[in-house]
Ligand binder design. Structure first.
Ligand code: PLP
Length: 412
């Protein structure tokens, strides 16, 4: 059995000494979670305003999801896809019916689901669109975030993600986000097989495109026989006030890419959804994952999605988002420290009036933590605020009171 930590300092020291330094965590050591709350090893309670980058939409340790996990773990956890199991087909049917597609391909991490979508788009491009061998192009957009693999970072313009990790994979063209005329131009190239976008750019700092951008992108893809590849890993599963962020504009992508909250933060589960004509271009042996579509994940994904529906989390995210932004916009009027409030549903951000390389947002997050609220800056001067979707109106107000107290009293 794992030994017990004697203090938060010990836990931090162990991670520093034995763990890779690929993250820069806030100095809190968490040991328990329930609903919207997390507790540290000293028993201090926090509101979670990160939700594990929107993976814990259903709240921490949701009893229905955890009980499903335990029950299934006692029966069967992994067979690999060398054999059939009695849960995967049921989960595939469930997600296909929920999202309205013919077929699902389960993976684990979000990055793997995006890799899957890249392979599907390319193979579709060669076998259906007739693109000449090895000439396929996927159009991506500036400031995208789709994961950390070498193929995915080949489409990134973030130097932190790319510097010293080359050589990069060819076959990506990067255009400006939220720029319809850039799409009009890029998609006419006959070698383009896919347009790869996030409906709201989460990691970039919660950039919400203009109304109509996604609809225009869908139309241009159809006109040019290009697959719309929508990465809803952060925005999906009720986070923005609809089951999918694309639902705000009635957009139906050809490849829908999901992850994170598919499991309520309990297991790494991701998937790609598509219709037969696209999904069946991949044949046995051409793609896979030992853990992808395991029976434990199959059981968990169905229960986690039922929780979203039964507890009306999309509706709650929509309503609480309005309350939250109303409070943040009122706060913005009181202080010069906030220059912008933006977001949809419960995926929101405040932009701090300082440079990207300043410590201000980080120091505000330290103060918020001291006062019982956990949030993290993204890109230096932007603080993303994204609690679990089970948050109540009273709790939203309590959290806004904490944020207001810190921001108004903050001295640089
Ligand atoms: N795509 C988007 C939009 C994301 O926000 C993330 C993670 O933050 C990913 C992909 C990568 O997911 P994972 O970390 O599970 O590989």
């Amino acid at each position: 059995m794992l030994a017990t930590i004697t203090s938060g300092q010990e836990a931090i020291a162990l991670e520093e000494k034995y763990g890779a330094h690929n993250y820069h965590p806030l100095p809190v050591v968490l040991t328990k979670g329930e609903g919207v709350f997390l507790w540290d090893v000293d028993g201090k309670r926090y509101y979670d305003f990160l939700s594990a980058y929107s993976a814990v939409n259903q709240g921490h340790c949701h009893p229905r999801i955890i009980n499903t996990l335990i029950d299934q773990a006692k029966e069967l956890t992994l067979t690999s896809r060398a054999f059939y199991n009695d849960k995967l087909g049921l989960a595939e049917k469930f997600v296909c019916e929920t999202f309205g597609y013919n077929k699902a391909l389960f993976m684990n991490s979000g990055a793997e689901a995006n890799e899957t979508a890249i392979k599907l788009a390319r193979k579709w491009g060669y076998t259906k669109k007739g693109i000449e061998a090895n000439k396929a192009i996927i159009v991506a957009v500036k400031n995208n975030f789709h994961g950390r693999t070498t193929a995915i970072i080949s489409a990134s313009n973030d130097s932190l993600a790319t510097k010293n990790f080359g050589p990069f994979m060819p076959g990506f063209e990067i255009v400006n986000y939220d720029d319809i005329s850039a799409l009009e131009k890029a998609l006419t190239n006959k070698n383009v097989c896919g347009l790869w976008i996030e409906p709201i750019q989460g990691e970039a700092g919660v950039y919400v495109p203009q109304d109509g951008y996604l609809k225009a992108a869908e139309k241009l893809c159809k006109q040019n026989n290009v697959l719309l590849m929508m990465d809803e890993i952060q925005t999906g599963i009720a986070r923005t006030g609809k089951m999918l962020a694309g639902d705000h504009e009635n957009v139906r992508p050809d490849l829908l890419i999901l992850g994170k909250a598919l499991s309520g933060g309990v297991l790494p589960i991701s998937l790609v959804l598509a219709d037969d004509e696209i999904m069946l271009v991949i044949k046995p042996g051409e793609h896979g994952s030992t853990f992808g579509g395991n029976p434990l994940a199959a059981a968990v994904v169905v229960e986690a999605m039922l929780v979203v529906k039964d507890e009306k989390l999309a509706e709650n995210a929509e309503r609480m988002g309005v309350v939250f932004r109303h409070r943040m916009n009122a706060l913005k009027k009181k202080t010069e420290l906030i220059t912008l409030v933006r977001g949809k549903g419960l995926l929101n951000a405040i932009v701090i009036n300082d440079t990207e390389d300043s410590q201000t947002a980080w120091n505000i997050c330290l103060k918020l933590a001291e006062n019982g609220l956990l949030a993290k800056p993204t890109h230096g001067n932007i603080i993303r605020l994204a609690p679990p979707l089970v948050i109540t109106e009273e709790q939203v107000h309590e959290c806004c009171d904490i944020i207001e107290k810190i921001i108004v009293g903050f001295l640089r």
